[in-house]
Design a protein around this ligand. Sequence first.
Ligand SMILES: [Zn+2]
Length: 126
Amino acid sequence: MDYTLIIPYKKEFHMTQTEKAEIKTHILHEIDKLQQQINTLQEKAKPIAPDCSLGRLTRMEAMAEQEVNRRILDESKLRLTRLKNALSRIDHPMFGICIECEEPIGVDRMKIHPESVRCVACASEQ
Ligand SMILES: [Zn+2]
């Protein structure tokens, strides 16, 4: 889809360059944090060796913990992908515009969740 055809002059510029720069810094910071978290989790999510000397209960606990780690790992990877996408879109005029209603998502929401592609109203209808 060619967004330049849709946005034209209908929308007012909803985000200042300063705000954009702020969001960009935030995204980069989050990506960095997530990358570190993923590295740590990947280490923890490694299979537990069957011959490990842990007791049975400890081993079950370790496996349950591993399951939790794996879930957080998946979520982290997903968020990392979304943040990277957000970063590639940030200089695009459609950044910060809801893909459903085409209204500005809101700077405050974008600051907290820069990966948002829907406004609060449209996201809650999901
Ligand atoms: Zn919307």
